[in-house]
Design a protein around this ligand. Sequence first.
Ligand code: FMN
Length: 194
Amino acid sequence: MQGVGWLSRRTVLANSAMLSLVGTACAEEREQPSAGVGKTLIAYLTRSGNTRVIAGTLQRTLGADLFEIRPARPYPDDYEQHVAQATSERDSGYEPPLAAKVDNIAAYGTVFLGFPIWGETAPPPIRSFLKAHDLSGKTLRPFITHGGYGVGGSLAVLATHATGATIEEAFVMEADQERRTLNQVRDWLGQINS
Ligand SMILES: Cc1cc2nc3c(=O)[nH]c(=O)nc-3n(C[C@H](O)[C@H](O)[C@H](O)COP(=O)(O)O)c2cc1C
């Protein structure tokens, strides 16, 4: 099921249970975060800042390089307009041009790739990023934030777009949803204006 309604809670719980099992199976094989040849890059996309907090923590802890993935044409500031645009880009498979590319991606052996879930999947600029950078032979460590509905189809997007990379188990975190904040602020304004 796709759409702004997102996944049903039951589907999310089933997916979470599967992810936990996968996590258990892989735990003994886990490598050190920066194992391998080359430097470490933290590349991330954010709208409201949740994913940036994780990216900054990783960057400071690992002493890695930091790169913010930005589309050449910024998304609307208005949340609902942003959701509408992201939904239409997802449905048409559009890959928006990026404002910049990573300098010398070949120098990196490990790429931590962070993004929020948009419309049950990876945001369109993440597909653009993976199309624009050759990650084959590199270790890809995803970190994903969502508003309570899980990772949706994002892991499948990584598998199809980061061909040749070794994709490690994703770090997944539920984080604040801008919609919830907006609704609470609207309620508050409704009270003080009535
Ligand atoms: C366009 C858009 C679509 C979203 N779609 C989903 C979704 O399908 N499922 C979900 O759990 N959260 C969804 N969210 C909420 C974000 O994934 C969540 O709040 C995330 O932590 C935001 O990260 P950021 O602060 O780095 O932008 C959506 C947010 C936006 C802006």
